[in-house]
Design a protein around this ligand. Structure first.
Ligand code: SME
Length: 159
């Protein structure tokens, strides 16, 4: 089976996600290693959308620790409730930040990042990791991203 991501016919953001989702499902099928799956999801999102930074932070004790990602070097540890990632963890919800400079406590791992979306990943009722995506453009993320990225992290939750 081919594991390439074919997005040539998709144009709008929604179409790209709709095309990507079943391909990711196939890619993850039969693989139970979470790190491997997070790595491939990061790569697929980067490849499909060209996001500036895409990756996972994993809950370890009282902190989020950097996991598989694609992009520039990032902060390794984020405390509960801190930054956009720590807020998504604490509030157990997807957080969309249109302009990181307007988000109190935003953690600037890379000065080029202008907007951000963070989607929590649950095991039962607990957040066990977050998917973090940064853009170099302001106001890059909306409800369409939230909706599809939540479906993408669900693939990991099911594993
Ligand atoms: N900006 C994030 C930190 C992680 S980096 O963007 C990769 C935050 O405020 O939580």
């Amino acid at each position: 089976m081919s594991h390439s991501i074919d997005i040539h016919l998709a144009s709008s953001k929604q179409e790209k996600y709709q095309s990507l989702l079943p391909q990711l499902k196939a890619l993850l099928e039969g693989e139970t290693d979470t790190i491997a799956n997070m790595a491939n999801i990061s790569a697929a999102l980067k490849q499909t959308f060209g996001f500036y930074w895409v990756g996972f932070y994993i809950v370890k004790k009282e902190e989020l620790v950097l996991g598989p990602f694609q992009g520039t070097i990032a902060c390794t540890r984020i405390k509960y409730g801190k930054g956009v990632c720590g807020t998504a963890w604490k509030e157990k919800r997807t957080v969309i930040v249109e302009d990181v400079e307007q988000f109190p406590g935003h953690i600037a791992c890379d000065a080029a990042s202008r907007s951000e979306i963070v989607v929590p990943l649950f095991y039962r009722d607990d957040v066990v990791a977050v998917l973090d995506i940064d853009s170099e453009h302001l106001n890059h993320f909306d409800e369409t991203d939230a909706l599809f990225l939540q479906q993408i992290v669900k693939l990991l939750e099911e594993v």
